[in-house]
Design a protein. Structure first.
Lengths: 187, 187
DNA sequence: CGTGCACTTGATTGAAGTCAAGCGCTGTGG
DNA sequence: CCACAGCGCTTGACTTCAATCAAGTGCACG
């Protein structure tokens, strides 16, 4: 809970009152390896925060599993489209290590955002940060080589490379397992 | 002004009071062809709305011009990173037709968002919509062929194809002019 | 009327995907 | 306790899509 509050405060500081109201909205799960938080084809009701552990978000495209996101200790994650548009998600979310996860329900969050201007602002800042990240990632996919993307990952999130199987990392980088393997071997 | 108000209301309805406060924040420009709204290396102070005309957002990458976005009548556009992070923009924004453009200054918008909860909510919804779009675009760049991307553009924004030079369209689609030309010829 | 811009066409290259086979570890059942 | 099934990863041969480089065409307008 404390790490969650810290992560929130880092995005947009809340008053004591706002923080306490907000904190009460979150549920907690202790998950096993390969525990499914969100099943494909269901509406994603939660924004999650991973206190400790690893989660991955993936979907199927042409019969293949695509890992869209990997979240480690201290990160927020969700199925953006499903959560905000309230449509069934094509994504699955699972923890790939035993993990501690918090989640806030869509309706609770929207209620809080409606009642507290500062929570609305927090939410806006969270979405803005996501948007900036999304733009950077698009740029990376469009203009960087597989090699460069892997090296950037090594630099920015070495933990992912240590804790996550290569298959997942490859599709997270937008390349095949074979290509990743070749990149790793040549040096 | 009316089209701007309509576009705003479509995202998130505002009270009369909120709408009137908000409306006052916007400036108006009548631009010529190739008029520069935002210069590279300056901080982007405005969110723009194009009432009539065409704007394009571009930057240089390895000595080449990359068109990142094309906005037509009735759309909002901005340099996301620069506007929200208050850092110099690597982007240039220009109207490529004589256009009518509205813009709201960052500081005015933030002030309004701080004073009016409903404007904060509107802003959050705008950013959310952008985020969803950004995700869709990333998916398209990663998994669709040049052919498919062009056909999708033809279907979703036939106006762009009619009003914008192919050079810009090509880099907007993430392909070269030559590839686009070949796609168009074979059929 | 010719200079340049917008676009086309051709030849070649290259990065990464696909398909296929193989290796080595681990854990489970006979 | 060994054997082998399967997972996670590597390696090889081949293909493909689109990029690059290089000319060329046609039209617009100054």
């Amino acid at each position: 809970m404390e790490s969650l509050q810290k992560a929130i405060a880092a995005i947009s500081p809340l008053s004591d009152e706002g923080m306490s109201a907000f904190s009460q909205g979150w549920k907690h799960w202790s998950t096993t390896k390969d525990f499914v938080l969100l099943k494909e084809n269901t509406i994603s009701d939660y924004i999650y925060f991973i206190e400790k552990g690893v989660a991955r978000i993936y979907y199927y495209k042409n019969g293949r599993e695509i890992t869209e996101w990997i979240a480690l200790d201290g990160q927020f994650f969700l199925s953006i489209t499903s959560f905000f548009q309230r449509t069934p998600s094509y994504l699955t979310i699972q923890t790939i290590e035993p993990s501690h996860v918090y989640g806030i329900h869509h309706d609770d969050l929207m209620k809080l955002a409606g009642e507290h201007h500062e929570i609305e602002r927090l939410l806006r800042k969270m979405v803005t940060a996501s948007l900036i990240l999304s733009q950077e990632r698009m740029d990376s996919i469009q203009f960087e080589s597989a090699q460069q993307r892997y090296e950037k990952l090594l630099k920015t999130s070495p933990q992912i490379v240590q804790r996550v199987p290569l298959t997942y990392i490859a599709s997270f980088l937008g390349i095949t397992l074979e290509t990743l393997s070749r990149i790793r071997s040549q040096r």
